[in-house]
Unconditional design. Structure first.
Length: 226
């Protein structure tokens, strides 16, 4: 009976040793597989986030160093160690994504930047229409042989305000040392004065211009309706 118990005990210990060895081998192989996967992924994607002179961003380098430290932690692995590996892999993925985004944004800004000696101005459709109309009229009136009889005016105060703001936006883009005028605000205030002087609070006998017609439209006096 004692011999039988000894044999059963030895078999149990043997089975336990086999199971523990297989489990440790499985966990070790799992970690080695993750290590190899990380190396291959980093090697393949590195060119997408490396900066000038093949420099690795600080966040990515730190995450890779943490993962290497976990891989070299030791032969005895627990379930918590695997969870730490998964967490650190998520941190590495976030760092790589952020580095790729930063590099892509920097390259996009560089590609969209104007060439040397050129200035880029962002204009809306309304501002482009205002500037094209004003530039065309200015060109016509600058020509000595222009004999046009057509009269074009701003239709209302809002139209005039859009025009002067468009001009100001274009003038402010001119470098300071290249501006043909000393004070940018003087031009803007001069145009604003013309607008405020013409479009005063509406009175009964106020006369307005209609764009395209160039004719005067008399507003009916308030006393006429009384």
């Amino acid at each position: 009976m004692i011999v039988l118990l000894i044999i059963v005990g030895l078999l149990t210990a043997f089975l336990w040793a086999c199971w523990s060895s297989a489990r440790a081998y499985y966990q070790h192989g799992r970690v080695r597989g993750m290590d190899e996967a990380v190396r291959q992924i980093v090697r393949g994607i590195a060119r997408h986030y490396e900066m000038a002179a093949r420099a690795t961003p600080e966040g990515v380098a730190g995450a890779i160093a943490e993962i290497k430290g976990l891989f070299n932690h030791g032969p005895h692995l627990k379930a918590k160690d695997i969870e730490r590996f998964h967490l650190q892999l998520s941190i590495l993925a976030d760092a790589i994504g952020e580095a790729c985004c930063s590099k892509g944004q920097a390259q996009g800004v560089e590609m969209m930047a104007p060439a040397e000696g050129y200035i880029r101005v962002d204009l809306s459709v309304i501002e482009l229409l205002q500037l094209s109309r004003l530039a065309h009229l200015g060109f016509l009136h600058m020509m000595p042989n222009y004999r046009g009889l057509e009269i074009q005016r701003f239709s209302d105060e809002l139209d005039a305000q859009e025009g002067t703001r468009s001009i100001y936006k274009l003038e402010s883009a001119i470098p300071l040392n290249e501006r043909p005028f000393a004070d940018l605000a003087t031009h803007y205030k001069g145009r604003e004065h013309l607008i405020s002087d013409w479009w005063q609070p509406t009175t009964a006998d106020r006369v307005g211009y209609v764009r395209g017609l160039g004719s005067l439209v008399a507003l009916a006096p308030a006393t006429a309706s009384s």
